[in-house]
Ligand binder design. Sequence first.
Ligand SMILES: N[C@@H](CC(=O)c1ccccc1NC=O)C(=O)O
Length: 268
Amino acid sequence: MSSPSPITAFYTPTILPPHPQQSLTIFPCSSTTPVPWVVYIHGGAWRDPQQTKDMGIPILQQSLPATWGGATLDYRLSPAVQHPAHLDDVLAALKSLVSEHGQFISHILIIGHSAGACIALQVLATLIAERKAGGTSTHLCDRIKIVVGVEGIYDLVELGNEYPPYKGFISDAFGEDEELWDEASPSSIQWRELLADDFRLNAKIVLVQSAGDQLLSMNQTNAMQSILDNAGWNPEVKVINGGSHDATVESKALFDILRDLYKYLDDL
Ligand SMILES: N[C@@H](CC(=O)c1ccccc1NC=O)C(=O)O
């Protein structure tokens, strides 16, 4: 049986014409019962117009089990918009995915690359906080079982300290005030407060970093690991030979990790 063709959808149907970046490419599942879905959030320092949702296509085409669904998201970029617009767009995309396809979605695995990994952890924390406040996104939050950060950015202030030239793209996306960088960073989130009492209810967080990443050292991943460890989240960290910063998302080493995680999802 051949898989259904990918479709492009806009996630802000009330805004006409839709902003071209407020769109997602969906690989519909070929199942009539709920199956897991994999959702990709691209990187590109919140600003690189060359890095789009298309960067998620190799993962979805090459690693996704035949009957599963997938989606890769675009979001508006800086400097046209600033934080929290990127996060808001990704949340809107996920909510629209669940409202349109929810009956076919059992669990969700989110993969974020680089700046997309930052957004992925912001998404998880935002949705848990919304759920705790009695919000309506429970049906989305409860389905997110795994969040994978690949070559991730998690602490904007430390990133700027380690790589002063990166302060330009951080300012474009988060403004000039480093206090706001700190507030927006996944490293500043009160993760312990977001932990569910029953550990099985918490999403598994996996931080993947390629030894060949020429743009980011291990520092972001190591720091995020220790913050999540101290907060009781027990993240998994995988150091792989995935090649360069961007090549990692198409690497066999990453696909091997993902296939193990797919088995975990299948067994839930
Ligand atoms: N090509 C990008 C650079 C970039 O994406 C990047 C550079 C350093 C560290 C992380 C990066 N991307 C993360 O999403 C740019 O044009 O800004």
